[in-house]
Design a protein around this ligand. Structure first.
Ligand code: 0PR
Length: 354
C-alpha cells in the first residue's frame, strides 16, 4: 500500500497539528529516550519541564506558574476536572459533583466526566459563546468546576471568561480555561482570557498546537502548586516521592521541543504567525463570501463555511484533508503551514468542483 508522506502538510486544512519549528524538531530528537516522569533519573529534561511551565505561565499572564507538560489537551482537561473533584471531596466529602461546561467544550470533557464519575452539565450558547445566565442556572452547591473555552474547536470563539470565573468563585468552585488551541494566538488580541484578566485556577494551553512544538506536548497550568496537591499519589520506588501526572512514562521529546519552540518564537515569532493566520482567515472569508458561501466570521484564525456536503467529499477525493463541524460546515484551521498560496490552490479546486 502506498502511504502519504507524513511530513506533507500541503493539503491539511482542518487539523490542529502543524509542522514543528526546526529547533523544536531538533530538540525532540535529542530527548527521544528521556522520561520526565522520572525526574530523579532524567534531571536535564526535568529542569527543562520547569522552564516550559515558567514560559507557558509567562504567555498566560502567570508568574510562578505550577503545572506540567501533558500528553495533550485531553489529559490537561481530564486533570483539571480531577483537581476540582478531589479538592471538593477532600474539603467537604462531596459525593455528587458536577462540572458545568459550555456546549462548545471539547469532547475531552465527556471523557473526563466518564472516567472521573462526575456529572457534565452543558450550558447553551448565544452566537457561539457561552450564555453566562444559562450557565448560572446550571451551577449549584454540587458544582466543583466551571469551564470556559478560549478558542473553541469548531469556531475559534472566546467565552466571557471574567464573568464565568466570577460565577465559579460565587459557588466556591474552581474555574478552568481551555486555551488548548487559542493560547498562542490570544496574547496578541484584546480578549480577557488569561490569569491576569480573571481569577481562573487552571488552564490548558498546548505547545503541540499553535505553539509549533512536536506531538506530544500539551500544557496544564495551575495558579499555585497547592492546586496540584489533590492529584498527588505516592511513588514508593522512585527517587521522587509523588507524581501528579496522569500518565507515567512521558515524552521528554515533547518537553524539550516545547521549550525550544517557545525560546525561538515567544513573543515575536508567535505574534507574526498569529497575524499572518488572522490575515489569511479574513482573506479566505472574503473570498468565500464573494462566491456566495455563508461564513462564520473568524474572530480567531479559524474559518467555518457552509459548503455543500457533496463538495466537501469531492475535495477530500482530491486529497484535501478537510473536516466538518457538527453543523456540517467546512472547517479550515489557519495553522502556520496553511499559507496564502495553499489557500489559493484550495479555492481553485473549490471553483472547479462545486
Ligand atoms: N481543547 C480544545 C479546545 C481542542 O480543540 C482540543 C483538540 C483539545 C482540547 C484536546 O486536545 P488533544 O487533541 O491534544 O488532546 N482539538 C482538535 C480537534 O478536535 C484535535 C485534533 C488535532 C483533531 C489534530 C484532528 C487533528 O488532526 O479538532
Amino acid at each position: 500500500m502506498q502511504r502519504a508522506d507524513p511530513q506533507d502538510f500541503a493539503r491539511v486544512l482542518s487539523s490542529m497539528c502543524t509542522i514543528p519549528h526546526p529547533e523544536a524538531r531538533a530538540a525532540a530528537q535529542r530527548f527521544l529516550a528521556t522520561n520526565p516522569g522520572d525526574p530523579g533519573t532524567y534531571e536535564t529534561v526535568a529542569a527543562l519541564e520547569e522552564e516550559a511551565i515558567e514560559m507557558l505561565g509567562r504567555i498566560a499572564g502567570l508568574s510562578d506558574a505550577a503545572g506540567y507538560v501533558a500528553s495533550g489537551g485531553t489529559e490537561a482537561n481530564i486533570q483539571a476536572v480531577r483537581i476540582a473533584r478531589n479538592r471538593a471531596r477532600n474539603r467537604d466529602g462531596s459525593t455528587d459533583p458536577n462540572v458545568v461546561v459550555p456546549e462548545s467544550a471539547h469532547f475531552s470533557f465527556t471523557k473526563a466526566a466518564d472516567v472521573l464519575g462526575v456529572e457534565l452539565r452543558r450550558a447553551p450558547l448565544t452566537d457561539y459563546r457561552t450564555d453566562v445566565d444559562a450557565m448560572a442556572e446550571l451551577t449549584d452547591e454540587q458544582t466543583v468546576l466551571v469551564v470556559a473555552v478560549a478558542g473553541t474547536t469548531e469556531y475559534g470563539r472566546v467565552d466571557p471568561i471574567p464573568e464565568i470565573a466570577a460565577l465559579a468563585k460565587a459557588h466556591d468552585a474552581l474555574c478552568h480555561v481551555d486555551a488548548a488551541w487559542g493560547g498562542f494566538v490570544l496574547p496578541f488580541t484584546d480578549y480577557d482570557w488569561n490569569f491576569e484578566h480573571a481569577p481562573i485556577d487552571t488552564m490548558t494551553i498546548d505547545p503541540h498546537k499553535m505553539g509549533q512544538a512536536v506531538v506530544p506536548a500539551g500544557g496544564l497550568l495551575a495558579r499555585s502548586s497547592e492546586l496540584l496537591d489533590p492529584l498527588a499519589i505516592d511513588t514508593p520506588y522512585l527517587e521522587s516521592t509523588g507524581q501528579v501526572t496522569l500518565t507515567g512514562t512521558r515524552s521528554g521529546a515533547g518537553v524539550a521541543s516545547a521549550v525550544a519552540a517557545m525560546e525561538a518564537l515567544w513573543p515575536d515569532g508567535y505574534r507574526t504567525a498569529a497575524r499572518t493566520a488572522q490575515d489569511n482567515a479574513e482573506w479566505l472569508t472574503a473570498a468565500l463570501t464573494e462566491r456566495g458561501y455563508d461564513v462564520v466570521s473568524p474572530v480567531l484564525p479559524l474559518v467555518a463555511a457552509d459548503i455543500p456536503r457533496a463538495t466537501i467529499e469531492k475535495l477530500r477525493d482530491h486529497n484535501w484533508r478537510v473536516s466538518k463541524t457538527g453543523a456540517g460546515e467546512l472547517r479550515i484551521v489557519m495553522m502556520p503551514h496553511v499559507t496564502r498560496e495553499i489557500l489559493r490552490s484550495f479555492l481553485d479546486d473549490l471553483d472547479r468542483l462545486d
